[in-house]
Design a protein around this ligand. Sequence first.
Ligand SMILES: [Zn+2]
Length: 167
Amino acid sequence: MRLPYEEPLTVLAPAEPVLPEPPRRGEPGGPPCTICAGTSRPPIWSDANWTLHPPAGSSLPGTVWLASRVHVDSFADLPGSVAVTFGPVAARVERAILGWGSFARIHLYRWGDGGAHFHTWFLPRPLGMLDAEGMMLPLWEDVLPNRPDEELVAAAKAIGAAMEASD
Ligand SMILES: [Zn+2]
């Protein structure tokens, strides 16, 4: 692993806690949920429980995010009937991305700090890019230049097509 920055870095002290935390998108008092409003990237694949979307800006073609159809916050809030389908659908997404590009591994992230609608990120680590192992992948993804939007959408559509084929 290697940071995408020059060494030595300076360690900072964390800021004082902000309490209460500001509401996120889709929380009471916060901005509207963009997923429910249909103003996020349109899905390139969906089924009864899940929608799969291209990123809005990324340096890593093959990146997609998976959202529940139901507006709930996290794993703990998913209805049981939906929660049990997460593993199988995540496996299909992973297989579809690995089948599309030359990747070592697919990293799966659930942050939840931006919006309160359950979604997980699938970030492919390019084969041989050992700099980006583990927690370094989202850092490298952030500092490398974004790829053209058409490329990101085309990659996601190919992944969506592979999802359809694996039904
Ligand atoms: Zn929502």
